[in-house]
Design a protein around this ligand. Structure first.
Ligand SMILES: NC(=O)c1ccc[n+]([C@@H]2O[C@H](COP(=O)([O-])OP(=O)(O)OC[C@H]3O[C@@H](n4cnc5c(N)ncnc54)[C@H](OP(=O)(O)O)[C@@H]3O)[C@@H](O)[C@H]2O)c1
Length: 319
């Protein structure tokens, strides 16, 4: 049986190449991947120049081809979603069983493929706010893959106020549909000030957006920062950040959060249940063949579309 995977080649090009079948450890199942989604982080890493021959990809959804040798975990033929630290953009992938969650028949692999990185990052960021019932939440970069899930989950968790910071007015309708109670449009979250102060801020933008948001925390409020879409450096007024009292800034690195939890499986299973019940609805902007990987990765980085891109593994290498 032949395997194929996306690989980074010179010039930061993403191409599909032939590889050997994966050799799973005893606690890994081999998954025949049907769909995967793209995230900003893995494409940026693929383009970082030092990663030629790296095989990118965190998210996958498909069917178990071979169960783990331990006999634990999903059986052959089970439809699953999973998360791996690299290499999910492939026809066959070995996945630790604690990184998989089974899919109900109602949930498509296209929907499921959007959940792991973006959904889990939103989940761990929101967790920093504790019980969200009746609280005020600000989500910056709310038109992004993570931001969209954060809006939806914050509202489903009972937050009374969920403000979406958006660069462009054209994203307002989608943010309100996702559960935002109000929007703050523009490169500054200043319009959100009158809707705060906020018990939780979920930030994936950094820069001037985060600097101003940090001044809007309620006493005891937490800012969970997971991304830096606008750049790495932060220049902010420290006194305005701490003067409400007991405020904190908490960094989220998904794979670190997972290391301190029970692996991705249990949290992924919760997201799958929310998607199956319609309580979260991934915003899928693009669904295409994985043959289009290079073009769609470039469109993602240029922010040519908002929402998730899902690529489906088609073609048969043995045909
Ligand atoms: N720490 C972790 O474990 C972790 C996990 C997942 C993601 N991340 C990081 O989090 C960030 C967001 O990820 P994502 O997958 O949600 O990305 P995404 O889907 O590409 O969304 C990016 C978001 O940032 C906004 N944005 C982009 N450039 C901006 C700028 N210069 N100023 C203000 N806003 C800007 C976009 O607004 P427009 O829609 O207007 O373009 C959009 O809302 C990325 O940096 C990613 O690498 C980190």
């Amino acid at each position: 049986m032949a395997n194929e995977a996306v690989v980074v080649e010179a010039g930061d090009r993403l191409l599909i190449r032939s590889f050997e079948m994966p050799r799973p450890r005893d606690d890994e199942a081999v998954v025949r991947v049907e769909a995967f989604s793209l995230n900003r982080g893995e494409v940026r890493r693929a383009w970082s120049g030092s990663e030629v021959s790296w095989r990118p990809g965190y998210d996958l959804a498909g069917t178990v081809l071979r169960a783990a040798a331990t006999g634990i975990g999903p059986r052959e033929g089970t439809r699953v979603v999973g998360l791996v630290p690299q290499g999910s953009w492939a026809r066959y992938v070995a996945v630790p069983i604690d990184s998989l969650a089974a899919l109900p028949p109602i949930t498509s692999t296209t929907t499921a493929a959007t959940l792991p990185t973006a959904g889990l990052t939103a989940y761990y960021a929101l967790k920093q706010g504790g019980l969200l019932l009746g609280k005020r939440v600000l989500v910056t970069g709310a038109s992004g893959g993570v931001g969209d899930f954060a809006l939806q989950m914050a509202r489903r968790a009972g937050a009374a106020v969920v403000v979406a910071q958006l660069r462009r007015a054209s994203h307002e309708a989608a943010a309100l549909a996702a559960g935002a109670t109000a929007v703050a449009i523009g490169d500054s979250p200043a319009p959100a000030r009158s809707l705060g102060p906020f018990d939780l801020i979920v930030d994936g933008v950094n820069g001037a957006v985060l600097a101003q948001a940090l001044e809007m925390l309620a006493p005891g409020g937490v800012c969970a920062t997971y991304g830096s879409a606008a750049g790495e450096r932060l220049d902010f007024d420290l006194r305005r950040f701490f003067r409400s009292g007991r405020t904190s800034l908490r960094g989220i690195a998904l794979f670190e959060e997972l290391r301190h939890d029970d692996g991705p499986g249990p949290a992924l299973a919760r997201l799958v249940a929310l998607a199956a019940s319609g309580d979260i609805r991934p915003r899928i902007a693009i669904e295409d063949s994985w043959q289009q990987i290079d073009r769609i990765a470039r469109a993602l980085m240029a922010r040519d579309f908002a929402g998730k891109a899902v690529l489906r593994i088609d073609g048969d290498p043995t045909a």
